[in-house]
Design a protein around this ligand. Structure first.
Ligand SMILES: Nc1ncnc2c1ncn2[C@@H]1O[C@H](COP(=O)(O)OP(=O)(O)OP(=O)(O)O)[C@@H](O)[C@H]1O
Ligand SMILES: [Mg+2]
Length: 231
């Protein structure tokens, strides 16, 4: 469904992604792995349009997204959970969710019931300011903020970063439910290998702005991990 074809992405004159190609089939649950600074977040930012590639193309079900604005991508069903969550500190949780629905141009800004069902903790927090939430609460709000847009493809950048094991476990369950119950394809950037093996079905490893190995998660051997991921 999502076809990334030889994209080249830059920050100013820094060339970050080099002819990177990746296919994300409909229904996929795929993780992108790699050491710090290899360009994982830049890949997601290229897909969502925050940092579009200068060369190459990104198509979703045959439609060219490469130079499309962020809100048009949202309308086509792509949603994004940034690294570091980026919850707006001075807005309430309810307002953070409304902004996402507004950005997509949704007629109603009522939070869909399935979001409360996935995140029961959100209802009592709706009036709370984003800045006062714990890291785990912020991560759940960040995922909820993407889900209120009812995406078909969800991009998640390190959703377990800096969270305690019990919260990681909760996020694990939630991501699986999003995949199965919402029928949503998922592209996950993640450093936590245990989580990657538990949750995802395919993997792709990046080095220096390129995908160097990819396959089914069962093929992610300890040798591959040692060669490409250990520091
Ligand atoms: N806004 C920016 N301006 C200039 N260079 C940037 C910018 N953002 C990232 N970079 C550079 O681009 C490269 C890739 O960064 P990116 O954030 O995509 O890596 P990453 O794989 O997500 O790393 P991490 O695992 O630390 O999150 C790095 O060398 C980084 O320094
Ligand atoms: Mg990153």
């Amino acid at each position: 469904m999502l076809e990334i074809d030889k994209i080249n992405t830059f920050y100013g004159t820094s060339h970050i992604l080099h002819d990177l190609s990746l296919t994300i089939p409909e229904g996929a649950m795929i993780s992108v792995l790699g050491r710090n600074g290899v360009g994982k977040s830049t890949l997601l930012r290229s897909i969502i349009g925050l940092n579009p590639p200068r060369r190459g193309s990104i198509t979703l079900n045959g439609r060219d997204l490469t130079r499309m604005s962020g809100h048009r991508r949202a309308r086509l069903g792509v949603a994004y959970v940034p690294q570091g969550r980026e919850i707006i500190a001075d807005m309430t949780v309810a307002q953070n969710l409304e902004v996402a629905m507004f950005a997509k141009g949704m007629r109603s800004t009522k939070v869909p019931d399935f979001v409360y069902d996935l995140f029961p903790m959100i209802r009592p927090l709706m009036g709370r300011r984003g800045g006062v939430l714990s890291g785990g609460q912020q991560q759940q709000v960040a995922i909820a903020r993407a889900l209120v847009q009812e995406p078909d493809l969800l991009l998640l950048d390190e959703p377990t970063e800096g969270l305690q094991p019990s919260v990681v476990e909760e996020i694990d369950q939630i991501i699986r439910r999003i995949h199965t119950e919402r029928n949503c394809s998922i592209l996950l950037v993640e450093q936590n290998l245990f989580f990657v093996r538990e949750v995802t079905e395919q993997f792709a490893i990046m080095e220096n702005g390129r995908i160097v190995v990819s396959g089914d998660i069962a093929q992610l051997t300890d040798d591959l991990v040692a060669a490409h991921l250990s520091v």
